[in-house]
Design a protein around this ligand. Structure first.
Ligand code: ATP
Ligand code: MG
Length: 450
């Protein structure tokens, strides 16, 4: 009664939460403390010592239940951000305005600690919560109970709470059943939930690809219709989401799903127009996934280089047709294409620089001057630019066989290298085809589908 009255005074809906708590005791699940990072456990224990509720929630619990290694551990607590700060002192930093939370640092590991939150209506106080006229959540800092917190999470499988008090798991939305069915289901009414935060559409795709889950029909159906809502999301947030999609180790499947749900064009309006460009992108995604699978690092600039390559070439050609010499034409083309992409996904300056360097090395690699060869190999960006050339070649682009030439050159002993350079000098090309004159301007591209 009193709670309902307080809620009404605060402008919050008075209905009880739509979710019901099901408790799975410790002896009926297999989430073990030995699989949880020490930093997350220490955080949870400290919160408990200070008299607060502490839960592991989100991907950590979900992935452990699926037998996967969680990427990180998120903590939810009844303590306010200020109380978390008090409990952890200098180890803790409060961040975010839209979504205020605490970062607790243990060396290089950071545990995100979020205060339990409640849904809010537009009538509420602007300093804690704000919703746009279209229903998009602009600020999300109204504290609440665990039930209320569960209701505002995105998918049922992301609303499982591991309670540090007795190591039980609390399931509010049927998440365990959906984990068994391997299904992603939004909590609540899908249209409303996507309007509140359109990024949930990208998250649906990310989790479906990463977990190899199907997206339940009610959750999947609105996505094609609501894709335009992504156009209102800040370019910084979209960049972050795009990074997560690309570096998940399942980039190939993500791409397919982005196309299937017609979201690709909202993230990358200039990419994947022709079949050739899509082939280059698929090869890039495959090589990204392969590298990650064997524990190698990936350079996100590489993906954008592939994504925008077709546009860069078109601009490059166009500028040269207007009489701009090749070197500045390629520089300008790169700048133009990147500046169009950053309207959708912000690209950090250092990354834009790498993307341009990869592009600008292409004419020097696919038409090398013999005297420059050894200098090119020494360049910092050589490896990425060479990998890119090989993918262009594999995707069917006409590179005069120079991808294979550079592969042979790097493997050759000094004697063979000298011979290859002599052959190049005498106009022998890459040796992969007929003798061709040096080409100073890029070849006109074949029309798509020819
Ligand atoms: P992973 O970290 O493996 O990518 P995750 O599920 O932990 O997956 P996070 O982005 O770390 O994803 O978010 C942690 C949890 O916060 C989610 O599981 C979900 O419960 C909640 N959450 C995150 N973003 C949203 C959102 N946009 N809308 C609703 N709930 C969200
Ligand atoms: Mg997480």
């Amino acid at each position: 009664m009193i709670k309902a009255l307080i809620n009404r005074l605060r402008g919050r809906p008075a209905q009880p939460p739509a979710v019901q708590r099901v408790i799975i005791p410790r002896d009926q699940h297999h989430v073990s403390r030995k699989d949880i990072s020490n930093a997350a456990l220490k955080t949870l224990y400290r919160l408990r010592e200070q008299g607060h509720q502490g839960f592991l929630v989100g991907g950590g619990v979900r992935d452990l239940l699926l037998g996967l290694h969680p990427k990180d551990f998120d903590v939810a607590t009844s303590a306010t951000p200020e109380q978390v700060k008090q409990a952890f002192g200098g180890q803790c930093q409060l961040i975010g305005r839209r979504f205020r939370l605490a970062h607790v640092r243990y060396g290089r590991e950071i545990i995100e600690v979020a205060t339990l939150r409640a849904h809010h209506s537009q009538a509420e106080n602007d300093t804690h919560a704000r919703t746009s006229d279209e229903g998009m959540i602009l600020r999300d800092n109204v504290w609440g109970s665990v039930e209320e917190d569960a209701e505002r999470r995105d998918f049922t499988v992301n609303a499982l709470y591991y309670n540090i008090e007795d190591f039980s798991i609390w399931d509010f939305a049927g998440g365990l059943k959906d984990l068994q069915r391997r299904e992603l289901r939004l909590i609540g009414e899908p249209d409303t939930r996507y309007r509140e935060d359109p990024v949930r559409m990208l998250r649906a795709i990310r989790f479906a690809a990463k977990l190899d889950f199907t997206i339940e029909a009610g959750t999947a159906n609105p996505i094609r219709r609501l894709g335009d809502l992504l156009d209102d999301i800040s370019s910084h947030r979209l960049f972050d989401e795009a990074q997560k999609l690309l570096s998940s180790g399942h980039a190939v499947r993500m791409m397919d799903l982005l196309h299937e749900y017609d979201l690709f064009r909202h993230l990358f309006p200039q990419g994947g127009a022709s079949e050739e460009s899509r082939r280059l992108l698929t090869l890039t995604a495959e090589s990204t996934d392969e590298r990650l699978a064997i524990g190698k690092s990936v350079n996100p600039a590489f993906f954008y280089a592939a994504l925008l390559w077709e546009q860069v070439q078109a601009e490059y050609q166009h500028l040269q047709d207007e009489g701009v010499p090749p070197v500045p034409a390629l520089q300008q083309a790169g700048q133009r294409v990147i500046s169009r992409q950053v309207e959708r996904t912000a690209i950090p300056r250092f990354m834009a620089q790498t993307i341009r360097e990869i592009w600008e090395m292409q004419p020097r690699l696919d038409h090398p001057r013999p005297r420059q060869v050894d200098m090119l190999v020494q360049q910092q960006r050589f490896r990425a630019a060479y990998d890119f050339l090989v993918l262009r070649e594999e995707s069917g682009e006409d590179t005069d066989g120079f991808g294979a030439w550079w592969t042979r050159y790097q493997d050759a002993d000094p004697g063979l290298q000298a011979e290859m350079l002599r052959s190049l000098e005498s106009g022998g090309g890459s040796g992969g085809g007929a003798k061709k004159p040096r080409r100073r301007t890029p070849r006109k591209r074949k029309p798509a589908g020819s």
